[in-house]
Design a protein. Sequence first.
Length: 117
Amino acid sequence: MKSKTATDTLRRRHQRLAERLGKSGWILQGTITERTDTRVVRKVVGGKKSYARYYQWTFKRQGKTITVNLTASQAKTYLKAIANQRKTERILREMRSLSLQCLEATTVSVKRRKSAS
């Protein structure tokens, strides 16, 4: 078993992560891709064509890939939510690791058998 101060440190870190998790805001899975529609010319300036841009949000729902077209303002908001999702996943991974370390340090495990060799 680890010392009490070591487990207290693990518990404090876990608590700080839990507090960060509570402040994560909107979370959303998926990716945003910027697309250019070459069929729609917005304007021609100095001989250069400017094409229409749009955004697509792609995510999985019940094992199927779903794609949704978004406006530029939607894409900006959705990107923040996706970034929050990734931060949340990192926090959860660290919390799982801390939980395992603390539980292993504070609980009694099964005694191992001696090898028969």
